[in-house]
Design a protein around this ligand. Structure first.
Ligand SMILES: [Mn+2]
Length: 359
């Protein structure tokens, strides 16, 4: 007969715990990212190299997106929590890069930004918390939430603290660079942030230079005819915009060279680099549980660029990595994005140790 250690008793009370976490707990059944130490206050950030922050902002599902396409918006407020739960199956060792990133870089989880229904309050809070992370000497890794609140205020905090110019590597099938009026932006019930932030960072944030704005994976008929020209109008070089066509041509020659060169463009004469990731940059086939845009980049290309960003920027210039627009249940994307976090950090480690992984 099987026996069980006390205090197990039978008949059991249905409210009795059936397991207890052996990793720090953020809240209820939500663990910290990768089981990292929990930073409960800004003082706890001191001494850490990297801090993870959740930004559970759910953009109002646009009136143009009924059904399943709208549900992907509604659920994003749960994404930081489910991403943490899913992360527990991974550690920091990458045999293919011969590095354990967490042996070199200490990670803490700083919890979630407080998000209500007021977009302006959410923007301020994401800005304030990201600033605390940077002021403590940590590199911020953030996860949305939809674009806008998960991107603009994070980059604002980074840019205001940069000694000089700021480069941007923005992964997105879409321009997210629509024009908007102050009245539209101030609308708390249906704020137009997700589709407009990429233009606003170029127009409004100090140091964010158009010459170092690099857009990866732009494609598809959800974009409007101004998606490229609005970037060019504010000074983004056409060569910085990598659509499906540029990748298609590079794949016939040397796509690794495109990945390396894209990062060079973002980093040229800047002091800080920020990476923004809308997961629809990946081609539809790799994310059957979410993707809605074909002709995207591959997982290999995505991770190579992210690794190159860490490697080329090094710790002194790596400003942060922000994941946007990720549904809570898009498991395939969760795994790929955890690789992205770890590959960026591996690049930082290799920049310091002088190691390289073979192309
Ligand atoms: Mn997008």
């Amino acid at each position: 007969m099987t026996t069980t250690k006390p205090p197990y008793t039978w008949p059991r009370r249905p409210t009795a715990a059936v397991s207890q976490p052996l990793v720090p707990r953020l809240y209820g059944g939500i663990p910290t990212l990768y089981g990292a130490p929990l930073a409960e206050s800004a003082a706890d950030l001191r001494g850490a190299d990297v801090a993870f922050v959740g930004i559970p902002w759910s953009a109002p599902s646009p009136d143009s997106r009924p059904g399943v396409a709208g549900a992907a918006f509604v659920g994003t407020q749960m994404t930081p929590g489910t991403f943490r739960q899913n992360s527990l199956k991974y550690g920091g060792y990458l045999p293919e890069l011969e590095v354990d990133v967490f042996e070199h870089l200490s990670l803490v989880d700083y919890g979630d930004v407080s998000i209500g229904n007021d977009v302006n309050a959410a923007l301020e809070e994401a800005y304030r918390v990201t600033g605390e992370v940077i002021d403590a000497g940590c590199i911020p890794l953030t996860i949305g939430g939809n674009s806008g609140v998960s991107s603009y205020p994070v980059l604002r905090a980074i840019a205001e603290r940069s000694r000089g110019k700021v480069g941007v590597l923005n992964f997105d099938a879409h321009g997210d660079n629509g024009l908007t009026t102050p009245e539209e932006r101030a609308d708390r019930r249906d704020p137009r942030w997700a589709g407009t932030w990429a233009l606003r960072i170029l127009q409004e944030l100090p140091g964010v230079t158009a010459r170092n704005y690099v857009h990866i994976g732009l494609r598809g008929p959800r974009n409007d005819p101004g998606s490229i020209t609005r970037f060019l109008d504010v000074g983004v070089p056409r060569e910085n915009i990598y659509t499906y066509r540029e990748f298609k041509q590079a794949r016939k020659r040397d796509v690794d060279e495109l990945c390396r060169a894209a990062v060079v463009r973002a980093l040229d004469s800047v002091d800080t680099l920020w990476i923004g990731i809308d997961t629809d940059v990946l081609t539809m086939g790799v994310s059957p549980d979410y993707g809605d845009e074909p002709l995207g980049i591959t997982t290999e290309e995505f991770l190579e660029i992210v690794y190159q960003a860490g490697l080329q920027a090094g710790r002194a210039r790596f400003g942060g990595l922000s994941i946007m627009a990720l549904p809570p249940n898009a498991l395939t994307l969760h795994w790929i994005l955890m690789y992205a976090q770890l590959y960026a950090l591996a690049g930082l480690v290799h920049a310091e140790t002088g190691s390289r992984h073979p192309a």
